[in-house]
Design a protein around this ligand. Sequence first.
Ligand SMILES: [Zn+2]
Length: 336
Amino acid sequence: MQQAVVKASERESTRTRADEPAGSRVREVAACLLCHGALEKSIGDLFDARFGVVGSYEVWRCLDCGLEQIYPVPTPAELGRLYESYYNFGGERGTSYTRLREWFFSSWLYRIWIFLDGDISFHRRKGAGRLLDAGCNEGRGLRIYARNGFQVEGLELNPTAAAVARGAGFTVHLGDTTDFTASAAYDVVVLSNVLEHAPDPKKVLLNVRGNLNAGGQLWISCPNSRSWLRRVFGRSWINWHVPFHISHFSTETLQRLLTDAGFQNVETQQITPALWVTQSCIARLFARQGRKNRQLRNSFLTLFLMIFARFGLFPALLLGNRRGRGDCLLVVATKA
Ligand SMILES: [Zn+2]
């Protein structure tokens, strides 16, 4: 790590910046999470559009590999505090929004919906063998993967969420995706909207690889940093999700990362979930810095906008996906 910092520092000191007085040195060292290359700012003045975390954040892009990441990356202690205080509205339960959401995910309507809208969590894939849902939260995915034929286990960092999933009868390991060691290897590991939250995504993939059987598959979904919705919504794009999203992957950066971590046959696909379009709209209309965006929990507004996005914007969403600018990347890779 020290070596990496020096490398980035050397690059920084050779560049001139218009806003620096002549002869001054760049004190702040910016190094890419993946390749330790030097970074430049992509976008600033971002704020949390969901939970009301106070603060302004920036996303920087690596000049070498193109990965975009929050900069500076919050420390592990800071992230721990942020997740505990804010994430998922501090463990919101029993509201009309959460009740409607839980009913929806267990209903036949959900199966029809993901057929039409796209399946960001691999809930339509049937199969067999041992499957680990890494970042399984309260176990909604475990229930669906089990129904689809897999022998499921979960991995979860949050003890409260893990306890809920265990209460439903599932085996859930409490721990981090970077240092988990399974007692028996898996045939499939799922990282559904998880990798972009990791302070060290390569370490996560190396760990997953170590826990997979020969020929085992890794299923990843995450936001696409080259989404056309990023251009449309600008700072209100819901997938900036500062300060919780650390990395912003494109098809290219994710493919390179997977190859470096020992995966092959990387297949990628893109979809644009109506919920994500809806959330970007609600962020644009209602987000205020330092305040919870309660409209993201407005069932009527969410449903109305989702139906509009899915059916009214259907051609635009389809075209965006076809041109490699969909909002969500879906990746299936095999252990090399
Ligand atoms: Zn890089």
